[in-house]
Design a protein around this ligand. Structure first.
Ligand SMILES: N[C@@H](CCC[C@H](N)C(=O)O)C(=O)O
Length: 276
């Protein structure tokens, strides 16, 4: 059986996207790992499925799989690509698209110049809901890693994130600490790990070691979590340009209990077919 897909990217975070409404797709983890493989498959950080709606008042269900085959709750760069995909493939003619995810409903707004604005919902800070093991909620926590005590912020954007502050993101130990923190026992569902350098209250640089994918050129939910963590520590304003290796995202967040907005590009790279 041949399955149609579109290769997409948002700031170099890349995706293989399937219309799973007109095609029957079984997202078996072994097959997802094969698709994501950059030598034996198509190559991507995540595989995305567009499915019929499951939640009330939504038009589609958005499912996300990491390159390691695990299904996850949320993906910010993928959400922008999802909006472009359903519009470009004629699955909707709307500019404002309500979509269900495993983390709840989000809203996608198609704008000019390939930009998509996403209502990412209200960030979660309660440790038990992240999930993160801690007695009480705090703006930062001490975490023991490799016999060292690190200070991390813990935030969920539907998916879990740890955020570390660094002096110089180019020299941050992403490859060494990322994999250790990803599987730290205080993050029982594993965690995405962001290394953030604050440039000034309106600008930050960020690299993210993603759960189930390794370091990517950009992580949308990582940028949202970095903004939340920076603001909770009193270091960032409510409108911040987050500079990632693959490009920039604009993140807006008025503060705790409020909806967070992410704006950035989304692009189709090519269409293909793969034999299953
Ligand atoms: N690239 C993503 C996040 C994808 C999921 C993540 N690796 C996880 O396991 O939670 C983004 O742009 O947000």
């Amino acid at each position: 059986m041949k399955l149609r897909f579109t290769k997409m990217q948002g700031l170099g975070n890349d995706f293989v996207v399937f219309d799973a409404i007109s095609q029957s797709i079984d997202p078996d983890p072994t097959w997802i790992r094969h698709l994501a493989d950059r030598r034996f498959g198509v190559g991507c950080d995540q595989v995305l499925l567009v499915e019929p709606p499951r939640l009330p008042d939504t038009d589609f269900q958005y499912r996300i799989f990491n390159a390691d085959g695990s299904e996850v709750e949320q993906c910010g760069n993928g959400a922008r690509c999802f909006a472009r995909f359903v519009r470009d493939r004629g699955l909707t003619d709307k500019d404002e698209i309500p979509v269900g995810t495993a983390a709840g409903a989000i809203r996608l707004y198609l704008g000019p110049n390939d930009q998509v604005r996403v209502d990412m919902g209200v960030p979660i800070l309660e440790p038990v809901r992240i999930p993160f093991i801690a007695d009480t909620q705090a703006s930062a926590y001490e975490l023991e890693v490799d016999d060292r005590r690190l200070t991390v912020g813990a935030v969920s954007m539907g998916n879990p994130h740890a955020v570390l502050l660094v002096e110089d993101v180019d020299r941050a130990p992403v490859e060494r600490l990322g994999p250790l923190i990803e599987i730290h026992p205080r993050f029982p569902q594993r965690v995405n790990v962001g290394f953030m350098q604050i440039l000034d209250p309106g600008h930050a640089r960020l690299r993210v070691f993603e759960r189930g994918a390794g370091e990517t050129l950009a992580c949308g939910t990582g940028a949202c979590a970095a903004m939340v963590s920076g603001q909770m520590r009193g270091l960032l304003e409510d409108r911040v340009q987050v500079k990632l290796p693959g490009g920039d995202l604009m993140i807006e967040w008025p503060g705790p209990g409020e909806t967070l907005w992410m704006t950035g590009p989304a692009e189709s790279v090519f269409h293909g077919e793969i034999e299953r």
